[in-house]
Design a protein around this ligand. Structure first.
Ligand SMILES: [Fe+2]
Length: 401
């Protein structure tokens, strides 16, 4: 509870006592004054996530269990379509504080208006469900990207390590707000403690700055695998593991590099298995680099928290080099974007080792933080890394082979 809420509560308590004693105000009025922390409300959101392909996932959290949906349309004053959370085994997603609704079959290059709506579930009896109040957001908008577009641009943030202020500070260094997405390349947290941390250190700054209208995509770093809430953490996102998608001239491949120490290390207490997970992803990556989508794309960009080389001799980094680098070379990857080392760096391609260029973003302390801008058309991909004063500290241009 913040100070304002605390003051308001004290004031309300005082008012209630006074009113009851003096019978000045009618009791109905007193009863209808809600205590702030008891009000049903949207805790955070909406925030957008997508792998493109004419679908957009809208997520939000309420402070109490509810049923929710999204109303949307192509005109701000005519939200004539409605979508619900995915039904599983006949049950729609409900009785939860977490909401994720995917809008499908969207028109390419079209602007959509939407609002989120949640109806509190006051009492859930087997044969009688009682709803409370309904709340909704303001009408927001996003553009559904045309996957055949000529140009793609995005921003990468990494290793902010529980410093929520870094998100607006770094985003503020890029004047061009028209990005296709923002990519979080891991270690946005030190370890996972609870929902409050996820909201305050990532979701709220994202919502406040861009995520109502520009989607973000996220892959775990080694720090997101730690802590008592690490197993609940993925449900707050569309995905935090490996994935691949095409947008414009770029095929994007995301790898989840797991932990940096060996699975048997005492700090993991015998309850992790990242070796096997990385091996599975290498098999998946082999299939991906042989896919039509990967081969025919003008550019291939790989995003992974632990770099495939140049991040020391710990088990995780070495395992990444061993498993992933031969495939990145074989697949003629045009650019790899990573974090993890906390020292920003651009590694040029090397004929013997990494055939691909590698950009490593810095962080998390002031003076070491970076934001990386990437723009590609069908002929050229340009990456520019800025430090937190806005100075370019790394750049790479790839021409179509
Ligand atoms: Fe880190």
């Amino acid at each position: 509870m913040n100070e304002n809420q605390s003051n308001r509560r004290s004031f309300l308590k005082a008012s209630l006592t006074l009113s009851a004693a003096t019978l000045v105000a009618p009791s109905a009025t007193i009863a209808s004054v809600p205590l702030n922390e008891d009000e049903f409300k949207i805790a955070v959101g909406p925030y957008l996530q997508t792998n493109f392909n004419n679908a957009m996932t809208i997520l939000w959290l309420t402070n109490k269990t509810a049923a929710g949906w999204v109303e949307y349309g192509e005109q701000a004053d005519l939200l004539n379509q409605k979508a619900y959370g995915k039904a599983e085994l006949g049950l729609m997603k409900a009785n939860s504080k977490l909401n994720a609704v995917t809008l499908k079959n969207l028109k390419p290059g079209t602007k959509y208006y939407y609002k989120i709506v949640s109806k509190e579930i006051k009492d859930f009896q087997p044969y009688k469900l009682t709803y409370g109040v309904t709340v909704s957001s303001a009408v927001e908008e996003f553009v559904n990207a045309d996957v055949t577009k000529e140009e793609v641009s995005f921003l990468m943030l990494n290793d902010t390590h529980d410093r929520p202020e870094s998100i607006p500070q770094l985003l503020g260094l890029v004047p061009d707000k028209k990005q296709d997405f923002v990519f979080f390349n891991g270690d946005i947290f030190d370890y996972q403690t609870d929902e409050k941390q996820i909201i305050e250190h990532m979701l709220q700054p994202c919502v406040d700055n861009f995520a109502k209208h520009t989607p973000f995509i996220y892959v775990r770093g080694n720090h997101e695998t730690r802590g008592k809430f690490a197993r609940e953490f993925p449900q707050y996102y569309m995905h935090v593991g490996h994935a691949a998608f095409t947008l414009g001239p770029v095929r994007f491949v995301i790898l989840d590099t797991g932990e940096d120490k060996e699975d048997a290390h005492p700090v993991y207490a015998g309850i992790v298995d990242f070796d096997d997970y990385r091996i599975q992803q290498a098999e998946w990556l082999r299939t991906e680099i042989n896919s039509k989508e990967f081969k025919k794309a003008p550019f291939r960009v790989v995003l992974m928290h632990i770099p495939p080389r140049f991040s020391g001799d710990a088990h995780g980094p070495k395992h990444c080099t061993e498993l992933f680098e031969p495939l990145l070379n074989q697949g003629k990857v045009d650019l790899v974007l990573s974090g993890h080392t906390h020292k920003y760096m651009v590694h040029q391609p090397d004929k013997a080792l990494n055939h691909y260029p590698l950009i490593i973003g810095g962080g998390p302390k002031t003076g070491t933080r970076t934001i990386t801008k990437i723009k590609a058309d069908r002929n050229k991909l340009v990456a520019s890394m800025l430090d937190d004063s806005g100075k370019e500290v790394g750049a790479y241009t790839a021409l179509r082979k």
